[in-house]
Write a protein that binds this ligand. Structure first.
Ligand SMILES: *[C@@H]1O[C@H](CO)[C@@H](O)[C@H](O)[C@H]1NC(C)=O
Ligand SMILES: *[C@@H]1O[C@H](CO)[C@@H](O)[C@H](O)[C@H]1NC(C)=O
Length: 443
């Protein structure tokens, strides 16, 4: 492996190989996802533009999440028209360029936020768009106009492909993984996956020529549990895009697996788990499909939030994952008000604000001296079977370990999901955006 920690290497490449692209300029990137819902949330989880601003000094890219697709016309559409049209939120975001000229602003499509009438991520129209050249053309034309009208520097596709199904079978420890291949090619997910894979690469090629002409960027964001083996022609996709953000988080969540609490985003493979459910495997899969030269186009996804389950009396008292007999999503945090999800300030608050009453069990933090799997905190259920909680999360230290991995592997950078769930007010330790900062210092 080359020596990415040598600060002079980049300089040498730049000066002696001036005709080539300066490789050092392509690593150490921080892609910051901005969930626009945070602007309209009720209560203390609402993040204003003034509160967003301090993050931008650390970001190379701000990805606005999310736009959607119109199911009739296949044009890009706003998922919150009153916000983006009347209140011009897109433009207020891209206008931040005046204060932060080094940041490039991308508009992202999909992201599991483009829902059908039942409120679940609509994958059908994302596949139908790929299938017809006229649908693709309609999408492309609308994208060019939307980016231009709102001052974006490019487009990110967080394409809503069908996801792998959870592979949990009778009983917690009787998981049937099958071979790794068997896991990925679960037939029920999409029978036309092979066609969709080619058509997605075609769409990217078409978008690339349009966007390059106007000097704009094209990127892809993989959503967790979308199989690259099924849907991504890796060499072609990497040839068409500026970079890819890998979905290397949320391997385990209460939504996917309400009965088993486990570390949501281990860096390396864990014993007796799905072998693909870790950062290292996902990165290696992409590296295996392409030349080492493209490694700088790969960004590792890192979450700013934790995933939390209820522990029951049958979950044991050690807290050591995987936790059997969990009982679904833990109660929502006071700020984000989303069951099973705790922002970093919410987890930090739970750890700091321990009950005065000695009878009430405390939440206990368990670190990871191996730096390979991640950290968690837990409180076993009491005698009544109440109050059990298990949360696996990232903190500034674990996020820095992942940034260190990115460096060591010579990858392009980190994709951070997302700014609004980091501690943007500095309520935990006084410093704003502590996880974001910690990643930036390590890159
Ligand atoms: C990458 O390739 C190596 C060598 O062929 C193989 O052993 C490994 O399983 C592959 N890893 C992934 C994730 O595809
Ligand atoms: C989780 O536990 C809380 C009480 O600690 C309870 O209010 C909530 O309903 C439980 N969630 C589920 C999914 O049972």
């Amino acid at each position: 492996m080359s020596a990415p920690n040598n600060p002079y290497k980049g300089l040498l490449l730049c000066s002696f190989l001036a005709i080539l692209q300066c490789i050092s300029a392509e690593v150490g990137k921080l892609v910051c996802f901005y969930d626009a819902k945070s602007f309209v949330r009720e209560g203390p989880a609402q993040m204003s533009l003034a509160e967003l601003e301090p993050a931008l000094q650390f970001c190379n890219f701000l990805v606005y999440g999310y736009a959607g697709i119109d199911a009739e016309t296949y044009k890009i559409k706003s998922l919150d028209p009153s916000l983006t049209h009347d209140h011009q939120h897109y433009r207020h975001i891209t206008a931040l360029r005046q204060k932060f000229p080094h940041v490039r602003f991308l508009l992202s499509v999909g992201g599991d936020r483009d829902l059908d009438s039942e409120g679940v991520a609509d994958t059908g129209k994302y596949l139908r768009l790929l299938e017809q050249p006229e649908h693709r053309r309609s999408f492309q034309a609308s994208v060019i106009a939307e980016l231009k009208n709102n001052g974006f520097d490019g487009l990110d596709l967080a394409w809503q492909f069908p996801k792998n199904k959870p592979k949990v079978q009778q009983g917690v420890f009787k998981r049937v993984w099958g071979s790794v291949r068997g896991w990925f090619s679960s037939p029920s997910v999409d029978e036309k996956a092979e066609e969709h894979r080619e058509q997605f690469a075609t769409l990217l090629g078409e978008l690339q020529s349009d966007l390059r002409r106007s000097g704009q960027l094209l990127t892809v964001t993989m959503l967790p549990h979308v199989s690259a083996e099924l849907f991504i022609d890796v060499p072609k996709v990497l040839g068409h895009v500026d970079f890819v953000n890998l979905g290397t988080y949320d391997f385990q969540s209460p939504e996917r697996d309400p009965k088993v609490a486990d570390l949501p985003a281990p860096l390396y493979a864990m014993y007796d788990r799905d072998p693909s459910h870790n950062v290292q495997y996902q990165v290696q899969y992409w590296m295996n499909q392409t030349s080492e030269i493209s490694a700088h186009k790969l960004h590792v996804g890192v979450a700013s939030y934790g995933r939390a389950w209820n522990m029951t009396r049958n979950s044991g008292i050690t807290g050591y994952p995987p936790i059997p007999a969990a009982n679904g999503a833990a109660p929502a945090g006071r700020q984000t008000v989303t069951p099973g999800l705790l922002s970093w300030p919410e987890t930090c608050d739970l750890l700091q604000q321990q009950p005065q009453d000695r009878e009430v069990p405390h939440l206990r933090k368990v670190g990871d001296p191996t730096k390979r799997f991640g950290i968690y905190a837990y409180r076993a259920a009491d005698d009544q079977g109440e109050n059990g909680l298990w949360v696996g999360y990232e903190d500034p230290t674990t996020a820095a370990i992942k940034a260190g991995f990115v460096q060591a592997q010579g990858l392009g950078g980190v994709a951070f999901h997302d700014l609004s769930l980091d501690d943007f007010r500095g309520q935990c330790a006084g410093e704003k955006f502590p996880i974001l900062r910690s990643i930036k210092y390590k890159l």
